[in-house]
Design a protein around this ligand. Structure first.
Ligand code: HCB
Length: 217
């Protein structure tokens, strides 16, 4: 039996190596040993991906390795997701959480993790996908009337779109009807405040906790 810290290391390393098969194996090992699947994601797979991002930024890794690491992360999450849903608590009725990655941005791993956790905690998540135009966020907010809209943006060049969407909601007279939560690697609490977002989701656990607070407020 491997100690939990070893399994978390296997998960991280599989992502750093960009090895999808190793990620699947480590995820299965995590399930077999009874690790919390969300810990396996946040403290294992995502930890590895953050390290990959750091090395990419320093020029130690190239785009191809970033792609392979992203694929490995997804492969691991795919194994863990059914267990997250199986553990879903009887907490239906938290309302709808409309979410998408902003225009110009195709990063979707973090959004998928937030989506899995929100679903597990009783939210009805409507995922608009990636590269979502501002206007589509506005139209869907008008149509679905979700209590919360989540905007994911991973790059400094695209996080400005979060502000554009909030401004577009305001122009459409919808800003007070929906709470906006922003998240993504380059997003900070200060940025969230500056652009008039209602909340900042640091990770899936934080986002879910704050989402519950927003619907209960
Ligand atoms: Co990408 N990329 N990338 N990338 N990428 C980043 C984001 C950089 C930070 C890497 C770096 O330079 N250090 C960087 C952005 C730099 C910047 O703007 N400051 C970057 C760049 C530059 C690029 C390209 C431009 C590279 C190129 O082509 N030259 C290109 C852009 C493509 C585009 O979008 N138009 C690109 C492409 C890629 C892929 C395709 C290779 C791949 C994405 C695969 C995919 O998503 N399907 C990729 C990846 C994997 C990354 C890194 C390594 C990991 C991102 C990730 O999944 N993190 C990332 C480095 C990093 O993040 N430090 C790098 C793990 C998840 C769990 O974290 O932050 O996404 P998360 O989500 C958290 C959290 O933020 C919060 O909860 C999530 C769960 O814990 N959250 C929310 C997120 N959204 C939320 C919404 C809510 O409502 C609430 C909470």
């Amino acid at each position: 039996m491997s100690p939990k810290s070893d399994i978390l290391d296997h998960l991280s390393n599989s992502v750093i190596e960009g090895n999808s098969e190793a990620a699947r194996m480590a995820a299965n090992e995590a399930l077999k040993e009874g690790l919390d699947p969300l810990d396996a994601i946040e403290k294992g797979l995502a930890k590895g991906l953050r390290e990959v991002g750091r090395r990419f930024e320093c020029g130690e890794l190239f785009l191809m390795q970033l792609i392979l690491s992203g694929e490995a992360m997804k492969a691991g999450v795919q194994v863990l997701k059914p267990e997250i849903l199986r553990l879903q608590k009887e907490l239906k009725g938290m309302g709808t959480y409309l979410i998408g990655t902003v225009e110009g941005d195709i990063h979707d791993i973090g959004k998928s993790i937030v989506t899995a956790m929100l679903t597990a905690e009783g939210f009805d998540v409507v995922d608009l996908g990636v590269d979502v135009p501002d206007q589509l966020f506005v139209e869907k907010t008008k149509e679905i009337k979700p209590p919360i809209l989540g905007l994911s943006a991973l790059m400094t060049t695209t996080r400005t779109k979060q502000k554009d969407v909030i401004d577009a909601l305001r122009r459409a007279g919808l800003k007070d009807a929906v709470k906006v939560m922003v998240g993504g690697a380059t997003v900070t609490p200060e940025w969230a405040q500056e652009i008039g977002a209602d909340a900042y989701g640091e990770d899936a656990i934080d986002a879910t906790k704050k989402a519950k607070g927003l619907v209960r407020a």
